[in-house]
Design a protein around this ligand. Structure first.
Ligand SMILES: [Zn+2]
Length: 218
């Protein structure tokens, strides 16, 4: 009897595992989507799933690890976002291994290394969309608004405060900071050329750390 129960359990586990693997296989990924708008539409849908979900359904399987190790990575989007621990980029877009090329700096500011990474993701890896993703309650933006940073942190807050008008509030500052990073990215001739040719697109958005929703700029 015990043996029979053990066998039944093994079968149930096997069916469960194959069901999970099947779910990953049926999730259509936008690696082959034709244009930036299709990738943007897909990521908006995935964020809606994340807002309702309690876990990431992205493909983190051994099969995927082996596949991307052997065949390389083909991310469909570059995400430039804050290092803030409440802004987990892959989870926000319900994404697994090999899907997003993520660059994180405090305050999602763009310096030379970050810009080089954006160029690599868009030009070399062929990502069709670049998202600069700011977020609510950003400590870097708050420090830029209220001063007080020292050491190398000041290089971040100086970059942010230079783009803020006097008296602006936190919500406005978070948005202006994203737009400033977009300007820095568009200063790259390589990115500007890709955008002109319609091969990639650079968009801004704010992530609400409480609701989980991403609000893309118009
Ligand atoms: Zn932040």
């Amino acid at each position: 009897m015990k043996k029979w129960i053990s066998m039944l359990l093994v079968c149930l586990i096997a069916v469960g595992l194959s069901g999970c693997a099947g779910a990953n296989k049926t999730k259509e990924l936008p690696q082959n989507f034709a244009d930036p708008q299709s990738v943007l539409d897909y990521l908006e849908q995935q964020n809606e799933i994340y807002v309702q979900a309690e876990k990431n359904n992205g493909d983190l399987s051994k099969v995927k690890r082996v596949d991307t190790a052997v065949n390389g990575q083909h991310p469909y989007a570059v995400i430039v976002t804050c290092s803030d621990s409440r802004v987990p980029a892959e989870h926000i877009f319900n994404a697994g291994i090999g899907e997003l090329f993520v660059i994180r700096t405090a305050g999602n500011v763009i310096g030379d290394h970050a810009l080089g990474s954006v160029e690599y993701g868009a030009e070399h890896l062929g990502a069709k969309l670049v998202i600069v993703l700011g977020h609510t309650h950003c400590g870097a933006v708050d420090a830029a608004l209220h001063g007080g940073a020292h050491g190398a942190i000041a290089t971040i807050t100086d970059e942010i405060s230079a783009c803020l008008p006097a008296g602006c509030d936190a919500r406005e500052a978070e948005k202006l900071n994203v737009q400033n990073s977009i300007s820095r990215i568009m200063d790259s001739e390589m990115i500007a050329e890709l955008v002109r040719k319609g091969e990639t697109r650079v968009v801004g958005a704010i992530y609400n750390i409480e609701s989980g929703a991403v609000d893309f700029f118009d």
